[in-house]
Design a protein around this ligand. Sequence first.
Ligand code: UDX
Length: 452
Amino acid sequence: MENQEPRRRPNVVIVPGPFQGHISPMLDLGTVLHSKGFGVIFAHTVFNAPDPSNHPDFIFLPLPDNLADHQILPGDIIALVTILNKNCEEPLKKGLSEIMNRLETENQVVCIIYDMLMYFCESVAKDLKLCCMIFRPSSASAGLAYLSLSRLQAEGYIPPKGSALDDLVPGLPLLRFKDIPTADMGTLQDAIELTVNICNTRTSSAIICNTVHHLEPEEIVQFQHIYPLQYFPIGPLHILAPTSSSSLLEPDTDCLTWLDNQAPRSVIYVSIGSLAILQKEELAEMAWGLASSNQPFLWVVRSDAVPESEWADLIPEGFLETVGERGCIVKWAPQKDVLEHNAVGGFWSHCGWNSTLESISAGVPMICWPCFSDQKVNSRYLSHVWKVGLELDHKLERGVIKESIRRLMVDNEGEKIRVRANDLKQKMKISVSEGGLSYASLNNLVDFILSF
Ligand code: UDX
């Protein structure tokens, strides 16, 4: 047999932020780049570590993050990110240097692609003389909203006062003040400081964004004007990398069997993502709203959905008897499979960006109930710009919930939304197919990395 020349496989280093909504798209990015001929070194915090067995082709580099238990409090994301940026720099430099010493010259590391939250990576790249790029797991519209915070504060618009919450924001004409991601995560000042760090591109040479051109064409252009860097909108990544599993929690797949027994498009799927938390009273209102809607429902109630409460105590007394077989409750669902299931006709969501892209890609219309950060911007776009969702613009109350579910799943209004959702789904498909803009952008990204 003829001796084959070993193929060159340059390595890219990928460093995700330590949250489900950041790890998933970055694992997908790794899968896509691997399919394009790159080796992938996935450097992640020990906190919320992904399962390496799902990606046997990657090299995993765990970064000891030295987090104390009290630093992993739910809801204190800004503090957590700040600590990680201090604690992970040395471990990344050391771990990566060791790996680089072992790699053949032709397979050397060509760049670090780091999550916008993990901005310490830029100085590691500089020390190791590597190029680096920033990955943004959220939309360009949300990025613009964050970038406006200090201007709006300096002009005295935020924090907004009284009735101003419903006014449109100067410079961001599609958003109301209540859509601006501000003080729900720490103080306004904390959010601004974090934004300054996230938005400072330092010596990075490009921005990769999990977004789709036709969803926010003008916002993408505005974003590119602000940052004179290469910009690659290559979403939705979960479609480009359909086979990779990225869940940090074990999904309960029995709910797919339950869905098999439901009528087409009859089920409302309910999830508030991986981070948002509820009051026990809010959860009870959700339960009774679902019960009185009379629609079948699949409801994700995470074990940490209500802090300091036992999961078994969360479901109100008498609720399971009332709904019987009409309801299915799980602690974590195989969400992408759920949204693609024929029985699912609506998604009541917190509007995290991944959930937004997954729902749009599956053509599933939404009930938008944003909790914090970019979710409010996404909710506004879903309900008022793309018009594929209904805004649940109230404090959780069973009567309002029942009415929203009926409007989406039963009324004529829902039918029109469903038609638009299906139209958007087709556009997403086109975008990742040959000739589509995300497809082209991904190929440009590959050429750009190979040029280092
Ligand atoms: C957060 C922010 O809300 C989001 O807007 C930001 O861009 C990333 O960080 P998160 O709250 O986790 O993310 O929401 P989302 O972005 O929607 O990501 C959740 C992921 O978990 C999705 O990919 C979803 O498919 C998955 N998921 C959720 C499951 O697999 N099973 C579940 O039961 C619930």
